[in-house]
Design a protein around this ligand. Structure first.
Ligand SMILES: [Zn+2]
Length: 244
């Protein structure tokens, strides 16, 4: 009889606009869904503003199709919230909405924006998610679902969120890199023609750059929550007594 251990972890990514979760975390998600873990992608807004020719309603419909195709490729569930691009509010109503999603989906690991961002919706998402994680973990806060504590919080690399961002973890994503590029290609924004920013080239090159620095062929870098790297030791590594 073989003893098969099923991985029971799950990962949640919360992005401000459709496409953010994908460009900053699709490689990380693919790596873990292919290892048998589950994933949920949450888009705080559809990022429906700013298309040069399509009105927001039409672009929102396109973005829904894009995020669903991305989620299908990642083997992930996708959820979008009904907030407007550029107008994401920061209040307890939104924070409890995200708290409920965390309690419902029970992620082991959560990835979201770092707050050193040039986009106000990204900063808002960081703040909303930080408080939602706190609310979700607190048993004294009674909601429809029981309390859930997220075990690890990371901030992936996003070209708009680089103020004070730091690479703490290098993750080998070599074997999912083509899958990651395909996820990017499912968004018109990444393929080019909407924004002057070269999304596809930037994120493809970033995988090479992080791979060089991390000692892998392709890698992504993640920032840890400030303070999460603190270690509590009896002796410094390498100087432990022989019997330990
Ligand atoms: Zn964004």
């Amino acid at each position: 009889m073989t003893n098969v251990v099923q991985p029971a972890g799950s990962i949640m990514v919360i992005g401000a606009h459709a496409g953010d979760a994908e460009n900053m975390a699709a490689a990380t998600v693919l790596k873990h869904t292919r290892a048998g873990h589950s994933a949920t992608i949450v888009h705080m807004t559809l990022g429906e503003a700013g298309h040069p020719t399509l009105p927001p309603d039409a672009y929102a419909r396109q973005r829904k199709e894009e995020v669903q195709e991305s989620a299908r490729q990642m083997g992930a569930k996708t959820i979008w919230l009904p907030y407007r691009d550029g107008e994401l509010p920061v209040n307890d109503e939104v924070k409890f909405q995200v708290c409920d999603l965390i309690r419902q989906e029970k992620p082991t690991i959560l990835l979201t924006h770092w707050n050193g961002s040039l986009h106000k919706d990204h900063v808002a998402t960081h703040e909303i998610v930080r408080d939602a994680i706190f609310y979700a973990a607190l048993p004294a806060i009674h909601r429809e679902w029981p309390a859930h504590r997220v075990r690890g919080i990371y901030f992936p690399e996003n070209w708009e969120d680089m103020e004070g961002w730091r690479a703490d973890v290098y993750l080998d994503v070599t074997d999912v890199w083509q899958g990651y590029l395909n996820v990017l290609r499912s968004h018109e924004l990444m393929r080019g023609g909407i924004s002057s920013f070269r999304y596809f080239d930037y994120y493809d090159a970033l995988g090479t750059l992080r791979g060089c620095l991390g000692g892998f062929h392709k890698a992504v870098a993640l920032m840890m929550q400030p303070g999460a790297w603190v270690r509590k030791l009896q002796y410094l590594p390498g100087l432990e007594p022989a019997d330990q």
